[in-house]
Design a protein. Sequence first.
Lengths: 447, 421
Amino acid sequence: MTPRLSPPGKRRSSSVPPVRVERLPNGLTVLLREMRAIPVVSVWCWYRVGSRDERPGVTGISHWVEHMNFKGSRSIPKSEVTRRVELAGGVWNGYTWLDVTTYFETVSSDALDAMLRLEASRMTECLYSKQEVERERSVVISEMRGGENDPRSYLEREVSGTALQAHPYRWPTIGYLSDLQAITREDLYAHYRRYYVPNNAVLVLAGDFETRAAMRLVKRHYGRIARGAEPPPVRTVEPPQSGERRVLLRRPSGASYLQVAFPAPALTDGDFPALLVLDGILGGGPSINAWAGGRGAGPSKSARLYRALVEADLATEADTQIIPTRFPYLYRIQATAKAGVDPERIERAVYAEIGRLAGGSVEAKDLERARNQFLARYALESESVTDAAHQLGFFETVATHRDYLALPARVRAVTAGQVARLAAERLSERTRTVGVLVPDAAGAGGA
Amino acid sequence: MTRRQELDNGLVVVARPNRAARSIAARLVFEAGAAFDPPGKAGTSSLVARLLDRGGGGLSAEAIAEGFERLGVSYVARAQGDTLDVEVRLLAEHLPEVLRRLRPVVAEPAFPEEEVRREVGQTLSALAEREQDTGAVAEDALAAALFPPGHPYREPAVGTRASVPRIGAADLAAFHRERVGPSGSILALAGDIDPDRAIALAADHFGDWTTGRGATGRATIPDPPMPEREVTLVRRVEGKTQADLVLGMLPGLRRNSPDLPAALVLNNALGEFSMGGRLGAAIRDREGLAYYVYSTFEAGLGAGPLAVRAGVAPDAVRRALDLIRRTLEAVRRRGLKPSEIRDSKQSLAASVPRRLETNPGAARTLADCEFYGLGLDYPERLPSLIRAVERDQVAAAAHRYLTLGRHALVVAGPALKEALR
C-alpha cells in the first residue's frame, strides 16, 4: 500500500492560520500569525545582515553586534534586557548567520507590549560602551575557541573558503581571530547603525493576540523610528568553478572526517525544491528550520548515504547540509570515518551514490518517501509559536515568506527526471570541493 | 484534559491533546537506562537502544526504517541515565500504523549478530573521538571522581574501551528481556489526538505484550559517599584552544527530594537566571572570561551532583576557577538576596507552562512525571510549590548542596598544569 499524505493546509484548511502582512511607512515589514491555543506569544525581530555583509578586516562583526545588543540601551538597562523576559516565564535568544541576524522572545501573551518595547529599543538605541565592547571581545573569542575544540570546525571553514573564492559567504560567521582582536568600538557602532534600520528589518509575531490590537502596539513602538539609508547590496557573484578543489588537514583528532561540497542553488532558484528531494533520497532530507530543526532527531536509516556508508561499515556518521540562502551557497555531504577506514573509500562510495542518482535510479517510491519526509518535517518544524514565527521571519529575511509557504507545492511537483538532471549537473566532479581531515601524529588516531 | 490508564500488563499510557497541532509525539520510557548496565558491561543499554530497530518481529532493519520513513515519521531511541527512551514524531493520521510498527521494534528486537558486531565497532570509533572531546573527557572524569566503582552512575552511558568489546548479542537480548517490558513502563502521547482513542489504540497494539519483565517498582540507586576532601583532576587534550571545566558537588539531588523546589530556586539564581545567574554575572558579564558558564542539578532516581560548567581560555582557567569558588562560597555563607530569590521564583514558576508548548516537550514532561512518580498534575502544582519557597529554605539548600571543599573539579584542555599552578 502506498501511504497518502494530505498536504499541510488541505486536511483542515480552516485551521491553518493566515499570515497578515503589514508595512509601516518607515519600511518595517510586519508579519502576524494568530495562534491562540495557548496564552503564549513569540516575537522575533530580524535584520537583513549577516556575515555576507562583512569584508576581510571586520569578519565576525555582525555576530559581535548581536552580542552588544544584549548590553542595554538608553531606555532599558543591561540588567533588564533578559530579566524582563524571564520574569514573564519566557525564553530569549538571538543568532547571526550568513544572511540574517535575529532576536526573539517567547513569553506569556500579556507581556507582548513589553517585548515590543524591548525590540524597538534594540533597533535604535543600544549603548556600546567601550568597557562592554572589551568584555564582549573576550566572550566572542571564547565562543570561537569553544567551536574550534571540535576538529570538524576547521574542515568546514577550509572547505567553505576553498569552494567559495570570492563571495562573502566564504568566511566564518564567528570571524577570524585577527579581526576579532582588531575590531573597534567605532566599527561595531557603525555596523549597527548602518543595518539596524526599520527598512532593513522584519518583525514577526505569532501566538495568542488579536491582530488589530497587536498592530496598534507595533505602531506605538516602531511607528516613530525614522527610515534609514538603504544598506549597501552584496555585489560579488561567485565565478563558476571549473575543476575539483581539494584540501587536506592534519590536526589532533579522534577520527578522520570527509566533507564534500557542491555549489547549491539559492532559495529562490527553480532548482532548490529538486535539491530538497535529492537530499531526501541521498541524505534523509534536510531540516528547513535553522533554529530548532532536527533537534533530537535520529539519522534517516533508509537514506542511500546511510546505507552506503554507515550500514556498509565505512563511517560512523553520514549527514548532509542544505541552507536556504539569498545567494548560491553550498550543498555539503559529511562523514566520520570508522576507525581504520581510509576516507578515500568513503569518498568513492559517495560518488557512486551520486552517480546512481544521475544515472536515473530514482524510483517512484524514493520520490514518495522523500516528499513525505519533507512534508512531515515542514509541518512538525513550524508547529509551536516559536517555530512558526521563526520560519516566517527567516524566509522573509532571506527572500520572502511566500517562498516558504510555496515550498510544499514546489516539492510535490519535483520529478525523478529533475533529480537526475540536478545530480548530473550540480554534483559533478568539475564543481566539487573535497576536504579531508586526518589525525596528525600528536593526536590519538583511533583504534 | 490529560488522561492516564494502566493497561493489564502494567504499561501506563498517558495522553494529552493539543488541538493546535497536526502532529503527535509519542514517547516510550523504560527503566532500562545506563544505570542498569550489567557489571563490567557499561554501554549495554546504549547498544540495546541503537539496535532496537535493526531487525526484529520478522522484519529486516531495512523494512523497519522504510516503514517509518515512507510516512515521514522520525524515530530515535536513546539510553539516558535512568531510562531507555524511544521517541517518534508523526503526522496525526498515521498514529495507528506507527503504533503497529513500533510494537515489534520495542518488544521483539532480534539483535542480529552482524548488526551487533557493526554497532560495537562503530561505538569503539565513537569512543576514540570522544577521547578528543574536552567536554566529554571532563564529564567522564567527574563521574569517576564522584561515584565509587560499581555505582550505577559511574560509567558513561556509551560505555568504555574496556567494556564495549565484552558486549555480545546474548548480553543485549538478556538485558532487553530483563528490563524492557510493559510493566512499570510508560507510553506518553501528546498532540492532535483524542485521549480516549489514543489509549484504546495503545491498548490494541501494546495490551497483549507480555514478554520482557520490565520494572516492578522503581529501582533504588544508592547515595554516593561524600568525598573526604576536594579532588582536582587535570586531563590534557592536545590541539584544543579552550579548556572545559566542570565542578561537581555532592550529596546531590534526587527527583523526589522534598526540597527540590528550593534547590531549583538556588540553582536558578546561582547559574541560570538571565545570563547564567550569579556565575554568569561574575565570569561572563563582568570579566568576559567565558562564552558559557552555568550550573545544573542532574536529579534522577538517584542523587545527581550540582555541577558548574564553563569553557574558558587556558590562560583564564585560574581566574575563572577563583571566581567560581568565590561565588559558591558567598552564596553558601551569605545566602541569596531577597531580590534574587524573588526573580528566580517568578521566572521558574512562570516558565513551567512552556514545557508543554511543543508535543515532544509535553510527551517528555508527562513521561517524566509518571516515571518519577510525581503525578500528572505536577506541571500544574510545580509553580505553586516554587512560589511557596521561603528564603530560609533556599539558605538551607545552599548549605546542603554547595559543598565546596569536598567537591570534585576536572579541567580538560591543552597544557593546563602551568595554568593551574
